[in-house]
Write a protein that binds this ligand. Structure first.
Ligand code: COA
Length: 155
């Protein structure tokens, strides 16, 4: 499998197309170009030559909390373990940063539950996470499932 790498600025247009190809089908939240540029350091990608075939982001919310966002694997590259590896990379980064809790909002809870994510009531997440929700076109009628994963962090 091609390696998981940190995203570079020239990857952004392809990441934007990849994420929004799924968002257009209602499978995940859309991200604007400016959001991706501003948060470029959050993103991992998998490349095949010059092509970005997958991406995922770890976004730090607070001292003890981060979010996995925008996990997207191109249709022709799915079912090869890439999604799993991206989630593992995000969780490893959270652990290395010393962040013990990672959450996500998703329409694919079964995929994340493979990585020890468990259901959580959205209202139990700190108010801080709602800052981003305010910008979501679905707010306040969020139909995604909230999940949370507790990590072992280095001592
Ligand atoms: C969900 C998604 C990221 C999975 O990526 P992927 O690279 O195909 O996943 P993997 O190949 O790593 O799958 C690993 C395992 O998870 C399983 N799996 C994949 N998608 C799944 C899903 N939606 N629900 C449950 N299990 C899933 C696979 O069958 C595989 O199981 P196996 O090891 O027993 O065969 C990908 O289908 C995708 O990009 N979907 C569109 C966008 C999206 O929904 N993103 C996630 C929410 S933000």
């Amino acid at each position: 499998m091609n390696p998981i790498e940190k995203a570079r600025i020239q990857d952004v247009p392809q990441m934007h197309r990849l994420i929004n190809s799924f968002a257009d089908k209602g499978e995940m939240l859309a991200r604007s170009l400016s959001e991706i540029y501003e948060n470029i350091r959050d993103f991992f990608v998998v490349r095949q030559g010059e092509r970005v075939i997958a991406c995922a982001a770890l976004h730090v919310s607070w001292s003890d909390l981060a979010e996995i966002r925008s996990v997207a694997v191109a249709d022709d590259s799915q079912q090869q373990g890439i999604g799993d590896k991206l989630v593992q990379a995000c969780l490893k980064e959270a652990s290395e940063l010393g962040i013990p809790t990672v959450f996500c909002f998703t329409y694919q809870p079964a995929f994340f539950k493979r990585h020890k994510f468990v259901d959580i009531d959205k209202m139990e997440l700190p108010r801080k996470v709602w800052t981003d929700c305010l910008r979501c076109p679905k707010f306040p009628d969020c139909d995604e499932v909230a999940l949370i994963c507790h990590l072992e962090v280095g001592v």
